[in-house]
Design a protein around this ligand. Structure first.
Ligand SMILES: [Zn+2]
Length: 432
């Protein structure tokens, strides 16, 4: 039986390159036809029909075996471009002016064909007239969702009112990782370098705009990604975009690629070539995780420790006891002793001491201290440093001590105490 979906993406065309279905090895749809006649039948590619991906060992590129329908839809209704893509597609004629221009940018005609890049006249508001433009077609599934027009002066516009999505989003289905860039030219550059699963934000990076509606519209495409490599510009706007993408996608899946002395992937391709560009992507480094410490972050504390040894921990304020015992947060302290030797009372004294010295609050889960009012009375006495009498009731000292006890000590009162339920209650109290 044929697979009908991969990672929740419905397959549209099961065999987009007409390869030998079910076979594990075969020709490469990307390079076989360009090879010497005797090599054209060579089985240079392996096909993984389960993942929907093929890999070629000759041209060192991977490719999708299927095409897919769009996954997820935006809630809003959008305008759809009426451009007839077929009429404007660049055919790859090397004499075509636009093909020559792309060649100066390191982009081959084949890449233009693969990505269905078009060329045609379009009114550009920046110049106030119709210009010859490059058309970057934004597909999701087989639907044309948006078009980015670029004229000879590097003016851009998107199709008015059309949905914003990532450029080339179809290309990442089936892959465990993908690359996010800042522009279509970078996507083309990476495709050229044998990395087909690269996408681009539709509107570059702009400062002060965290509106990533294109991410919302494509969010289903990232669910199965183990790695998202961010390859944005190193300028301030690019870094702001990067930070927002990390926040939205999660630091644990994000990796950062940089382009050395170049501002983006396309410039890097022109300067250093395909192999080096591809290496840049393989060498992407994980985003430094928040809440994770490296040695350099705490070197001062380490040197202090080497100089001075352990610092005293927290103490209860009883000199004899403090000389033999101190503690740190995050520790578990066991107090043992024979019955009725004053363990609970001593623990109360410790707690009151920590409260006095450091303001620590305490939650008790202490069934043996029932009834609770007697336990509260003990804590009141220790805070009072004496025994309140009936004359003291509702006097100033009484009011101060009782509100202090009220704000600092909590009595967990349960029918049945289990470790889980007590810890859960403790966690709730910590958030108060
Ligand atoms: Zn190949």
């Amino acid at each position: 039986m044929q697979t009908t979906e991969i990672n929740g993406f419905l397959i549209d065309n099961f065999n987009q390159y007409n390869l030998e279905t079910g076979k594990k090895q075969g020709i490469c749809p990307l390079c076989s036809h360009t090879r010497k006649p005797k090599n054209q039948k060579a089985k240079c590619a392996s096909y993984d029909w389960e993942r929907g991906l093929g890999t070629c060992h000759n041209c060192n590129t991977s490719f999708q075996l299927h095409t897919y329908q769009r996954k997820g839809a935006s809630e809003k209704e959008y305008v759809r471009p009426v451009d007839k893509v077929e009429d404007y597609n660049i055919t790859g004629d090397p004499e075509q002016k636009v093909v020559k221009w792309f060649k100066t940018r390191g982009i081959s005609a084949q890449t233009l064909i693969d990505l269905q890049v078009g060329e045609g006249p379009e009114y550009m508001p920046q110049t106030g007239k119709t210009e010859n433009t490059i058309k970057f077609n934004y597909f999701m599934g087989d639907q044309l969702i948006n078009v980015k027009y670029r004229d000879g002066r590097k003016n851009f516009k998107l199709y008015k009112g059309a949905e914003k999505v990532f450029y080339n989003i179809n290309s990442i289905v089936g892959y465990e990782y993908c690359i996010i860039t800042e522009g279509e030219m970078d996507v083309l550059a990476l495709h050229e370098a044998g990395i087909p699963n690269a996408i681009s934000v539709p509107n570059g990076a702009t400062l002060n705009s965290n509106n990533l509606d294109y991410l919302d519209n494509c969010i289903d495409y990232f669910e199965d990604k183990e790695k998202v490599i961010l390859a944005v510009d190193s300028d301030e706007a690019g870094q702001a975009l990067q930070a927002e993408l990390v926040r939205r996608l999660g630091a644990e899946v994000c990796y950062l690629a940089s382009f050395d002395d170049c501002k983006d992937a396309n410039e890097y391709l022109i300067k250093y070539g395909k192999e080096k560009l591809s290496e840049r992507i393989t060498q992407a480094r994980p985003v430094p995780l928040e809440n994770v410490t490296t040695f350099k972050d705490i070197e001062d504390e380490v040197t202090d420790f080497v100089r001075n040894g352990f610092k005293k921990g927290y103490q209860v304020g009883l000199e004899n006891f403090d000389n033999i015992f101190s503690t740190y947060t995050g520790q578990f302290i066991t107090v043992t002793g024979i019955p009725s030797s004053g363990k609970s009372d001593f623990v109360d004294q410790m707690v009151v001491g920590y409260n006095r010295n450091y303001g620590w609050k305490t939650a008790f889960a202490s069934p043996e201290n029932a009834p609770t009012y007697l336990h509260a009375h003990k804590l009141m006495r220790k805070t009072w440093e004496g025994m309140p009498t009936s004359e003291d009731i509702h006097g100033d000292k009484w009011n101060n001590v009782s509100s202090h006890v009220n704000d600092n000590y909590f009595f967990i009162d349960m029918e049945r105490y289990t470790l889980e339920s007590v810890l859960r209650k403790g966690a709730e109290l910590v958030k108060r």
